[in-house]
Design a binder for this molecule. Structure first.
Ligand SMILES: Cc1cc2nc3c(=O)[nH]c(=O)nc-3n(C[C@H](O)[C@H](O)[C@H](O)COP(=O)(O)OP(=O)(O)OC[C@H]3O[C@@H](n4cnc5c(N)ncnc54)[C@H](O)[C@@H]3O)c2cc1C
Length: 589
């Protein structure tokens, strides 16, 4: 049976130091969220994750979601866990109080998600669409839509999907063919959507699909897309469920990972057309979706972090138990004694630390982007969030997968066996770099939109403030050597950024070719900066974090490892970025 140990010490540290919760608690609307209240939520979420969700993780992987007698079923225990999730009101944690939520700050909901995702990725994927669809309804819904759908979705009584992908339209949303026609009932939706997470299941009484489809005017490309609400069961004005709508799951994908998360091909309107309601304005569907993009991508970054944490926990316990070879004195020893195994474990630990740092830092910035009372400051944080989001999504998920792969290596042949924990984490982690925009999409978003379109303003502002902060640490005993390394890396990343800014639109192909390297460079520099910040905070004499000595020592050693083994090699990326495009663009296949 799978186990998960919530890392309370790491999570509290991340909230305090990287999300800067004490500062956030002073912002308007968050005054009531004292450290004690946040702590109680974290403790309870950890218990739910380890006691209710984690025990289902292995069963989920073995049984998977399946279709029986035309119904999509989830593995044993899933329905009951979901009922407990709704009863305990976990879904409401991060929604604003005015719509029935508990109004916790983004970093707190990231902490809860980290634990739920780590305990059971397949289960937590079902919760993923909630934050997006609730925000869309709250922002663009009619009075009726808000009355009918919001309470059921905020509470989690009904679940939701984001139904975007079609066989011919993955990254290229302009190719979407699903069509909405106007009629007396509102709209009739017809088309096929594929890869729809929790498209159908037996856990909740209703499923509300948020469908991106081409509006009645049939405008080509992304400018012709509108958002429609399509409920599995028709719903009256009081929110009572009626007859079945014309929407069916026609098959489930067989996947290498997240097997208990039903990934459905959905037919909308095979008969008379599925009844749908327009959400927001016609032909503004994609523009509306941008409202929830940053949050959705941060959510996936937290899945990447969870995969790394799981893999590290499993690898550590395996390495402590597996006896192989002998130590310096010739005595049989556990493999954790061997330097190369220690290298792998340290790489997993240090990179997981950096992933957590980036995710929680981004969450803190997201909160400031909403709540900073000063308009200029709020706008600066909004731009910073836009810059950080593709880095967090791309870097954390890629490194989450790397950590899971290293976890398989630590376990040797046993890790390669289908039923091993290491193998499940490896298979599960693979998908995070694909959905919600592939790493390629994040990289191009970073270079072409977040840096070029902004003329480098946010990127250079953040780099300069990182440099200033780091230089202020140069007399700090615990980080003196690393300050020099990081200052050099920041200077190189600035050079790479300026080189990118010097390229015109005509060089777009070249920029796309090196964009993944640029994202990787950013993620590594950000991680290094935040790890140094973490060591400075953990060793500060006036610190009231009350950290155990072993915790502080681990923070120092992970930071040192990351700076030497990850940041040093990443510095060469500046030259790769400047010189590397042509060997890609000129390659013949
Ligand atoms: C388990 C799972 C769950 C999913 N859940 C959902 C869901 O709930 N709802 C939903 O709507 N979708 C969902 N998806 C679909 C997911 O969002 C898509 O798989 C993703 O957007 C990529 O599209 P694609 O698979 O068609 O790949 P493609 O678009 O065919 O891309 C293939 C490769 O080409 C690259 N590429 C494509 N276009 C470009 C370009 N212009 N420039 C550079 N590189 C490019 C990509 O980066 C990628 O590496 C899910 C997918 C999976 C695997």
């Amino acid at each position: 049976m799978s186990t998960y140990y919530p890392r309370y010490d790491e999570i509290h540290f991340a909230l305090n130091v990287w999300s800067e919760m004490p500062g956030l608690q002073a912002l308007p609307g968050l005054e009531g969220q004292s450290a004690d209240i946040v702590s109680a939520v974290i403790d309870e979420a950890g218990r739910f994750a380890s006691q209710v969700l984690a025990p289902l993780d292995t069963i989920g992987d073995r049984e998977g979601a399946y279709i029986k007698d035309g119904r999509v079923c989830l593995p044993e225990g899933w329905g009951s866990a979901y009922n407990k999730f709704v009863e305990a009101q976990w879904n409401t944690v991060h929604f604003p109080e005015v719509i029935g939520g508990q109004g916790f700050a983004t970093p707190v909901s990231v902490a809860v998600s980290e634990m739920f995702n780590s305990a059971n990725i397949s289960f937590s994927l079902g919760l993923m669409p909630f934050s997006g669809v609730v925000s869309l309804l709250a922002a663009y819904g009619t009075e009726r839509q808000k009355r009918v759908y919001l309470p059921a979705l905020v509470s989690g009584r009904w679940t939701a999907t984001l139904a975007i992908t079609e066989p011919q339209a993955g990254t290229d949303l302009g190719a979407i063919k699903t069509k909405a026609e106007k009629d007396a009932a509102g709209y009739r939706i017809k088309g096929t959507k594929c890869f729809i997470t929790y498209g159908d299941h037996d856990m909740a009484e209703n499923i509300v699909h948020f469908v991106l489809a081409r509006g009645p005017e049939n405008v080509a490309g992304v400018k012709g897309l509108s958002l429609y609400v399509v409920s599995k069961f028709e719903v009256d004005d009081e929110g009572e469920i009626g007859s079945r709508n014309d929407v069916q799951c026609i098959s489930l994908e067989k996947k290498i990972g997240v097997r208990a998360s039903p990934t459905a091909t959905m037919a909308f309107g095979d008969e008379q057309g599925a009844v749908g309601e327009l959400l927001g304005e016609e032909n503004r569907g994609l523009a509306h979706m941008f409202l929830v993009l940053n949050r959705a991508r941060l959510n996936i970054a937290v899945f990447g972090l969870a995969s790394a944490e799981n893999a590290y926990q499993a690898a550590l316990s395996y390495a402590q138990e597996r006896i192989q070879g002998s130590d310096r004195n010739g005595r049989p020893c556990a493999i954790i004694e061997h330097p190369d195994v220690r290298r792998m474990l340290q790489d997993m630990r240090a990179s997981t630390d950096a992933m957590r740092a980036i995710a929680y830092y981004t969450a803190g910035v997201a909160e400031r982007a909403q709540r900073e009372p000063d308009e200029l400051l709020r706008s600066m944080y909004k731009k910073r969030l836009d810059l950080l989001t593709p880095i967090a999504k791309g870097w954390v998920t890629e490194n989450g997968f790397l950590a899971a792969s290293t976890g398989v290596q630590v376990a040797g042949g046993a890790g390669y066996l289908e039923e091993s924990r290491a193998s499940q984490y490896f298979r599960d982690a693979r998908v995070h770099t694909i959905y919600e925009g592939t790493t390629g999409v994040q990289s191009m978003d970073l270079v072409l939109r977040k840096v070029m379109r902004d003329e480098g303003e946010s990127a250079l502002l953040l780099l300069n403030s990182m440099l200033q902060e780091v230089l202020a640490y140069q007399h700090h005993d615990s980080v003196r050597d690393e300050v020099a390394l990081l200052s050099d890396a920041i200077a190189r990343l600035k050079d790479a950024t300026e080189w990118i800014l010097g390229q015109g639109d005509a060089q777009r192909e070249r920029l796309e070719a090196i964009s993944a390297h640029y994202l990787n460079f950013w993620g590594t520099v950000l991680g290094a900066w935040l790890l140094i910040k973490g060591v400075v905070a953990s060793t500060a004499t006036e610190s009231d974090l009350s950290l155990a000595n072993a915790f502080v020592d681990n923070k120092k050693s992970a930071m040192r490892y990351f700076l030497v083994h990850r940041l040093m090699p990443a510095c060469s990326l500046k030259d790769v970025i400047v010189q590397g495009a042509s060997s890609i663009t000129c390659a013949k296949f």
